[in-house]
Design a protein around this ligand. Structure first.
Ligand code: SF4
Length: 209
C-alpha cells in the first residue's frame, strides 16, 4: 500500500450480514428489534407523513442519522439537474466479483443467483427465483402506490425500504415516498422530453439530448 497523503481523511466500512439468526442477534434496531429483510411487523410500521415516519422521533423505524425522505428528494432533484447538465449519455461501469445477487440490497445467500464465471448472465436473469423476486416488487404494493401517478416511474422503489404504512394503514409503503414524489415531480417533464427524443431518433443514431 502506498503512502497516505498527509491530511487524507477516509473511512473504510465493513459489513458482515451472516445468517438471519446471526444478523438479528447482532444487528438490531434502536428498539432492539431484528433488521433482517422481512423482519418488520406490518401492524407496527409508522404511517407516512407522521413524525414517526421520519428520523429523530422516538417511535421512528430509522436511526436519528438516517436520511430524511424530504431531504432525499431534494438530493435526487439536485443530482438529476447535475446529471442533465454534465453527464447525460455518458456510461458508467459497475464493478463486481463475479457473484450475482438478486439486488445490491439483497446480498444474502438465498438471493445469490450464481457466478458469471460459471453461469451465463441470461440464465441468472431468467432464473425462476429471480423472476419471482422481480414480480414481488410490484405484486406486493399497497393500493396507495397503485393509485399513485408516479407508479410506473417508481414501482414502490426498493422493497427493502418499505418501512411505512399508508395513510389508511396498509403496510408496504416506501420510507422515502415523500422524497420520491418530490423528485418525480421535478424530473418527469424533462424525462418525458428525453424519452420522446429517443423514440423519434433513427434506430442507429444516438441523439444528443
Ligand atoms: S412515489 Fe410513493 S406512492 Fe408513488 S409509487 Fe413511489 S412509493 Fe408508492
Amino acid at each position: 500500500m502506498g503512502a497516505v497523503p498527509e491530511g487524507a481523511r477516509f473511512l473504510v466500512g465493513l459489513s458482515i450480514d451472516g445468517s438471519k439468526e446471526v444478523h438479528d442477534r447482532h444487528r438490531i434496531d434502536k428498539h432492539g428489534e431484528p433488521t433482517a429483510p422481512d423482519a418488520w411487523d406490518p401492524a407496527r410500521l409508522p404511517i407516512v407523513g407522521t413524525p414517526e415516519s421520519r428520523p429523530g422521533h422516538p417511535g421512528s423505524v430509522v436511526t436519528d442519522w438516517s436520511v430524511d425522505p424530504e431531504e432525499y428528494g431534494y438530493f435526487l432533484c439536485k443530482v438529476w439537474d447535475e446529471w442533465l447538465r454534465r453527464d447525460v449519455c455518458k456510461v458508467l461501469a459497475v464493478e463486481h466479483d463475479g457473484s450475482v445477487y438478486a439486488c445490491d440490497h439483497y446480498v444474502y445467500p438465498k438471493h445469490r443467483r450464481g457466478n458469471l464465471l460459471t453461469r451465463k448472465l441470461g440464465s441468472m436473469v431468467f432464473d425462476p427465483e429471480q423472476v419471482r423476486f422481480g414480480y414481488a416488487k410490484s405484486e406486493k404494493l399497497p393500493q396507495y402506490c397503485r393509485d399513485c401517478s408516479y407508479l410506473t416511474d417508481c414501482w414502490g422503489e426498493c422493497p427493502k425500504n418499505r418501512l411505512l404504512r399508508t395513510p389508511d394503514g396498509e403496510p408496504g409503503l416506501n420510507y422515502l415516498c415523500p422524497g420520491l414524489k418530490k423528485f418525480f415531480a421535478h424530473a418527469s417533464r424533462e424525462a418525458d422530453r428525453m424519452a420522446k427524443r429517443l423514440l423519434d431518433a433513427p434506430a442507429v443514431a444516438r441523439p444528443r439530448i
